[in-house]
Design a protein around this ligand. Structure first.
Ligand SMILES: Cc1cc2nc3c(=O)[nH]c(=O)nc-3n(C[C@H](O)[C@H](O)[C@H](O)COP(=O)(O)O)c2cc1C
Ligand code: SF4
Ligand code: FES
Length: 615
């Protein structure tokens, strides 16, 4: 490979940050000595095999210096033998990385769907008055708007990111303007708080029995509360027995695509090619979604146990948890849980003396919604831009690093211990014939008690809203966004809809990621739809034309409608939106483009979003 490096050199701090993460250069191929005339020619296979370290090393650098300078980029390119243009392409893909120098303290302020309703604009106005417009450097601090931070049950939310020798990341919830000004001014933020689900401690919970009840940092407490009995049961059943129980449970994946877990695990288990990889998808970036965060923060050992069972059944010796970059508390809890499990022989070599080997690595995303799509997630871990691949081939045969791979959502995995302990058939008796088991829903927006609720599939929308105390006092329900920005709106007339995969499909909506966002009559629907359109335009990876262009055209048409400057009549603009939606649905490579118009089209059709708009 002929690597054309830049002239720029890193500062000492940048070099230290990169080398502290990657270790000192071991060969002249990756050290400064090999560079002559801006070229580094070599055949270093070993160095190239380290490309998957690109995202983690960018994080390490960013935490220390707060940005990716040309010199630092050059140094990373040399160390990993990746062309600088590629490093640039990856670094610019992620919203949390900056390629411009910026102050060490940055506050990312959510101005997405729920936080808008909870007063994020007042927060933004106060920050603008004190620190200038978004992104402007003011002493040591700056602020930026952010899409949903996954804290919608405690809106408005912000994320403080502080770089330096002692970097700090802290989610700030139910934040006031004075809190935001103080933190950005340099005062120490309050310690992180885990969200306690409203049902904490209630009996009959399968997914949340320990959340808010058991210390998430104590392996002993987890075991005392029944932890690791499911892994012992798995050893009794053997790998085929585990897969049989899962098939009997009829559990469908909770990450959005509703694929049967038993079939997925069986397909990977039977692949002769080795190694097999296991991935827990904890990217959770769908606006309005925070259910996985509650498990990750509140019951991290259960995820490690479930992944160990998955690895045993499917023959994986290496697992990854791909965690969204904006969940610092979940990151800390998971790192701690992995370390504890390893120390106690529950991860690593020969787990519990059963000949099972498993290492789990935490990989942190960096602000890219598309990386939740499983093939984009592979690309991200491998050190490429998070761009989805065409399927087939499917991950079960050609996944991470081209190898057979199991990818499951956090909530899907959280069901596994319960299935093994009560048996697949008993589990299948919960819910309906085709939608079995419990399900987590994220109740947010105009509800009295927002939070994550666990109910059996088949519960109606009305029952679920009642569980959350009903619609907020003094407001009238206008619609409910089901499934998040990629989902669709239903109306108050649909409250008797049973929440199952089959009922929602028949009603032309979706369970999606479990979002149930109540919208009341005070919400400016046009503004809300603009926020959804802007989200998809921003998050499109840009790889395929229908989505890259369609999401822009959709936003433009909505902007014309909301400002009353239509081209032709309102009906012409609505017809255009429908046509764009059809093209994106039919011709986009992945689910992002295929669903980018569904909430908008459903609001137009069911909530009469632009009825009476002029001209
Ligand atoms: C744009 C897009 C974003 C996605 N984001 C997530 C996510 O954040 N978490 C998740 O588990 N699945 C997400 N998915 C679905 C995954 O591709 C995949 O189907 C899922 O992780 C499989 O796990 P499951 O079978 O347990 O549901 C996303 C899909 C698309 C198209
Ligand atoms: S549909 Fe959108 S996000 Fe998906 S691959 Fe195409 S451009 Fe990328
Ligand atoms: S955290 Fe603000 S909308 Fe979700």
């Amino acid at each position: 490979m002929d690597l054309r490096l830049l002239d720029a050199e890193p500062t000492d701090a940048e070099r230290d940050a990169v080398d502290a993460f990657l270790g000192p250069p071991v060969s002249s191929w990756v050290g400064a000595d090999a560079v002559q005339n801006g070229h580094s020619a070599h055949g270093g296979h070993a160095a190239r095999a380290e490309r998957h370290q690109l995202l983690p090393v960018l994080h390490a650098l960013h935490e220390r210096t707060g940005w990716v300078s040309p010199g630092a980029l050059n140094h990373i390119a040399r160390r990993l033998t990746v062309p600088p243009a590629d490093v640039y392409g990856v670094a610019t893909f992620y919203a949390l990385f900056s390629l411009q120098e910026r102050p060490p303290r940055v506050l990312h302020v959510c101005n997405d769907l729920v936080c808008r309703g909870a007063g994020s604009q007042a927060l933004i106005d106060a920050l603008t008055d004190e620190f200038g417009p978004e992104g402007s450097a003011h002493d040591a601090a700056s602020w930026l708007p952010s899409p949903c931070l996954g804290q919608c049950d405690r809106a408005p939310a912000a994320l403080l990111v502080q770089s330096g020798d002692e970097p700090l990341e802290r989610a700030l919830t139910a934040i006031t303007s004075s809190d935001a000004l103080a933190v950005l001014g340099g005062s120490t933020p309050a310690p992180p708080r885990s969200a306690v689900p409203p049902q904490a401690g209630a009996g009959e919970l399968r997914l949340l029995p320990r959340v808010g009840v058991v210390d998430p940092e104590s392996l002993d407490d987890y075991r005392a509360a029944g932890g690791y009995t499911a892994l012992r049961r798995a050893f009794e059943l053997g790998p085929d027995g585990v897969i049989r129980e899962l098939a009997d449970s009829k559990l469908l994946g909770r990450g959005g695509a509703a694929f049967p877990i038993g079939r997925k695990w069986e397909a990977v288990a039977h692949q002769p090619r080795r190694p097999h990889y296991l991935i827990c998808n904890a990217d959770e970036s769908e606006p309005g979604t925070f259910k996985d965060r509650v498990i990750l923060e509140g019951d991290p050992f259960s995820l490690i146990e479930a992944m160990t069972i998955a690895a045993y059944a499917t023959g994986c010796e290496r697992g990854y948890i791909y965690l969204r970059g904006e969940y610092p508390l979940a990151q800390r809890r998971l790192e701690h849980a992995i370390e504890q499990a390893r120390e106690r022989g529950l991860l690593g070599q020969d787990i519990l003396g059963r000949g099972l080997h498993l290492e789990i690595e935490l990989r942190k995303g960096a602000g890219a919604y598309i990386c939740g799509e499983e093939t984009a997630l592979f690309a991200s871990i491998e050190g490429y831009r998070g761009e989805p691949r065409n399927k087939p081939p499917f991950p079960v045969t050609h996944g991470l690093f081209g190898q057979p791979t199991v990818v499951n959502n956090v909530e899907t995995l959280a069901n596994v211990p319960a299935i093994l302990l009560e048996g697949g058939a008993a589990f299948a008796a919960i819910g309906t014939e085709r939608s079995t088991g419990p399900k987590l829903f994220c109740l947010c927006g105009s509800v009295t008690a927002p939070g994550v609720y666990e109910v059996a599939l088949g519960t109606t929308l009305r029952e679920l809203l009642e569980l959350a105390g009903g619609v907020s006092e003094g407001s009238t329900l206008r619609g409910i966004l089901l499934g998040g920005a990629a989902g669709s709106f239903v109306t108050p007339d649909d409250l008797d809809l049973r929440l199952t995969f089959e009922d929602t499909r028949a009603a032309a909506t979706t369970l999606g990621s479990g979002v149930v966002m109540a919208i009341d009559d005070r919400v400016d629907l046009g503004e809300l739809l603009m926020a959804i359109a802007a989200f998809f335009r921003d998050e499109s990876c840009g790889q395929c034309v229908p989505c890259r262009v369609g999401t822009v055209r959709q936003e433009e048409a909505l902007a014309r409608l909301t400002t009353g400057r239509t081209r032709g009549t309102v009906a012409d603009e609505l017809a255009l939106i429908s046509e764009i939606g059809e093209a994106m649905r039919d011709a986009s490579i992945c689910g992002l483009g295929q669903t980018a118009s569904s909430a908008i089209e459903s609001a137009i059709a069911r909530l009469a979003a632009f009825e009476g708009a002029s001209p």
